[in-house]
Design a protein around this ligand. Structure first.
Ligand SMILES: [Zn+2]
Ligand SMILES: [Zn+2]
Ligand SMILES: [Zn+2]
Length: 87
C-alpha cells in the first residue's frame, strides 16, 4: 500500500492521498479506492481528468488493478479544509 501511495504522489500536481483502501473481493480481484487531493488549478484547467486517467493507468500497469476496480475521488486542495470528518 505504501508503494501505491508513492506512485500516486509522484504524479504532477498531486498534493495528498487519503482514504486509500485496497481489498480483495470474493473472486480474488483486487479493488482499490482513494481520495486524491490535487492543486486547485487542476479543477478549472481540466487537468483533473488527465490525473484521473493517469491514476487508473498507474494502478493497472504497476499493481494489476483494472480500471473498473479502481475508484478515485479527485478533490481540490481547498476542499481539504472543508472535510469536517477526518478520514
Ligand atoms: Zn477526501
Ligand atoms: Zn494540474
Ligand atoms: Zn505507477
Amino acid at each position: 500500500m505504501a508503494k501505491v501511495r508513492e506512485h500516486i504522489l509522484a504524479l504532477p500536481h498531486v498534493i495528498d492521498v487519503h482514504d486509500l483502501h485496497a481489498s480483495l473481493v470474493a473472486s480474488g480481484t483486487p479493488v482499490l479506492s482513494a481520495h486524491v487531493t490535487v492543486e486547485d488549478s487542476c479543477m478549472t484547467d481540466g487537468h483533473a481528468a488527465t490525473i484521473l486517467a493517469e491514476l487508473q493507468r498507474c494502478v493497472a500497469e504497476h499493481f494489476d488493478i483494472s480500471v473498473e476496480h479502481s475508484t478515485f475521488q479527485i478533490e481540490p486542495a481547498a476542499h481539504r479544509d472543508q472535510e469536517s470528518i477526518p478520514h
